[in-house]
Write a protein that binds this ligand. Sequence first.
Ligand SMILES: *[C@@H]1O[C@H](CO)[C@@H](O)[C@H](O)[C@H]1NC(C)=O
Ligand SMILES: *[C@@H]1O[C@H](CO)[C@@H](O)[C@H](O)[C@H]1NC(C)=O
Ligand SMILES: *[C@@H]1O[C@H](CO)[C@@H](O)[C@H](O)[C@H]1NC(C)=O
Length: 297
Amino acid sequence: MFWVFVFSSFLVIANVNGVYGRDSRIVGGVDATLGRWPWQGSIRFISTGTNFCGCSVISNRWLISAAHCTEGIRSASSIEVRLGVTNLLAGEATDVTYRLTSFHDHPDYVSSTFLNDITLLQTSLPITFNANVRAVALPSPGMIAIVGSPCWITGWGTTADSSSVSPNILQQAVVPIVNDSQCVAWYRQEGIMVFTNEQFCAGYEAGNIDSCQGDSGGPLTCNDTGIFVLQGITSYGVGCALSRRPGVYTRVSNYLTWINETIVLYSNSVGQKCTSSLRAILFSSFFFLILHKLTTF
Ligand SMILES: *[C@@H]1O[C@H](CO)[C@@H](O)[C@H](O)[C@H]1NC(C)=O
Ligand SMILES: *[C@@H]1O[C@H](CO)[C@@H](O)[C@H](O)[C@H]1NC(C)=O
Ligand SMILES: *[C@@H]1O[C@H](CO)[C@@H](O)[C@H](O)[C@H]1NC(C)=O
C-alpha cells in the first residue's frame, strides 16, 4: 500500500511538463552565502520568471544541467539562466541573467528511467567571471565519487517533500555518497532500477536531508583537497528525504567524453561553417560527377 502510494506520486511528479523528479528545493539544508557556490545557476522561464531547475557553469559559454529539465522545452529562447545570485527575490550586485542559444540533451536520455539525465546549455554571450560567478571543476578521467565522502548539494528547490513552497535563498546541505549496491537494493524495493555506471546515490539511510523538486539539474560537488569537483547532477528520487530513498544523481565522470565532444561540436561556429562549406563542395562535386557522367553518356 505504502510503496504504491510513493511510487505513484513519483510517477505523477515525473510527468509534469517534462520537468519532474526534483523540481523544487533542498530538504534539511541551510542558507548559502553569496560566492560560496559561484557555479550555481538558476534556470527559469522568461515568460514567468520562475526558477524550475538548477545548473552549473562549466566554462564561459557552457552550463550543465539535467536533460529532464529541458525535455519539454521547445526552444532555448524561452528560458534563461541567472548567475551570481543567492537571493532570488532580492537579487545581489552580481546577479546577472544570460540568454541561451541552444541546449543539447544527451542523445540517449531515457525519460522513464532518467538514464543519461544530462544536458549542456550554451549562452548567447560569454559569461563574465567574478567572485560570485565562476566555472566548477569537472572530475578528471577516472576520478569517481568515493563512497562515504561528504559532498554538497545546492539549490532553490522545495524544502519539504510534497511542498510547493520554494525558498528565496539558495540552500546547501552535506550528503554522503551511498554505496552502489546498497542504493540499487533500496530502489529495487520501489521497482526502480538504478544504473550504477551512469548514476549514483547520495544521502542518509534515515533520510531527512536531500535534494527535492526544483533542485534538479543543480550540482553535487565534492571537496577534493580544497577544490570542489562536480561529481553529480541532481536527477531524481522517490519523494524527498525519505528513509532509504537517497537522491539519485547523474554520474558526471561517466560523461566526460560526451561533454567534451558536444562542446567542441557546437562551440566553434567557424568550424561549423567550414563543415557546411565542405559539404557544399562535396555536394557540388557529386553533381558535377553526375552531370559529367550524363554528358559523356
Ligand atoms: C556495499 O554494501 C553492501 C551491502 O549492502 C556490502 O556488502 C558491500 O561491502 C558494500 N561495499 C562497499 C564498498 O562499502
Ligand atoms: C576542503 O577540504 C580541505 C581538506 O582536504 C579542507 O582543508 C578545506 O577546509 C575544505 N573546504 C571546505 C570549504 O569545506
Ligand atoms: C577534450 O578534447 C580535447 C581536444 O578537442 C582534448 O585535448 C582533451 O584531452 C579532451 N578532454 C577530455 C576530458 O576528454
